[in-house]
Design a protein around this ligand. Structure first.
Ligand code: ATP
Ligand code: MG
Length: 140
């Protein structure tokens, strides 16, 4: 039923479960399904100049690539995997990739790496659930 599954990966325990579930879902489809891993990093603050901007981008690109490798391992074998590493707002970037890549399911954690207690659903998950044009599966 799902052909193009997006998994939003921020390295959190929730996102780890989301990546594994996205892999299982993709393997369970009758026809071949693709998994898009999306990881979004914080851009450097506007006020920063060079060389700090470039240094930030270099470091965060490296960290993001490591996260994507983790996510690839969690999705597992037997699935076609593509990935996007972006800088910006997580929810906005996730929604943008879902639309441009024609994803028909978004899998993400209910919470992420944020440590704010009391929130049942993280702010990025809330934004994606509210604005996505396809179903969103949140993982606990
Ligand atoms: P908040 O960020 O509001 O303090 P939180 O970190 O607990 O709270 P969210 O950020 O909404 O909650 O995280 C929910 C899910 O959204 C994560 O499990 C992950 O799937 C996805 N997500 C969050 N941030 C990113 C990111 N930077 N890149 C990719 N996916 C992300
Ligand atoms: Mg967060």
């Amino acid at each position: 039923m799902f052909k193009n599954i997006l998994v939003a990966y921020d390295g959190s325990e929730y996102a780890r479960k989301a990546a594994a579930l996205a892999g299982d879902l993709a393997r369970g489809q009758k026809s071949e399904a693709m998994v898009w891993i999306v990881t979004v990093m914080d851009p450097p603050p506007q006020s920063w100049g060079e060389p700090y901007r470039s240094h930030h981008i270099e470091q965060h690109t490296h960290a993001g690539q490591n996260m994507i490798q983790e996510a690839i391992a969690l999705v597992g074998a037997g699935v076609e995997i593509r990935h996007e590493l972006l800088f910006g707002s997580p929810a906005q970037s996730i929604l943008q990739v879902a639309e441009t890549r024609g994803c028909d399911l978004i899998v993400m954690g209910t919470r992420g790496i944020g440590l704010l207690e009391g929130l049942l659903v993280g702010s990025q998950a809330q934004r994606v659930i509210s604005n996505a044009k396809c179903p969103v599966l949140t993982v606990k």
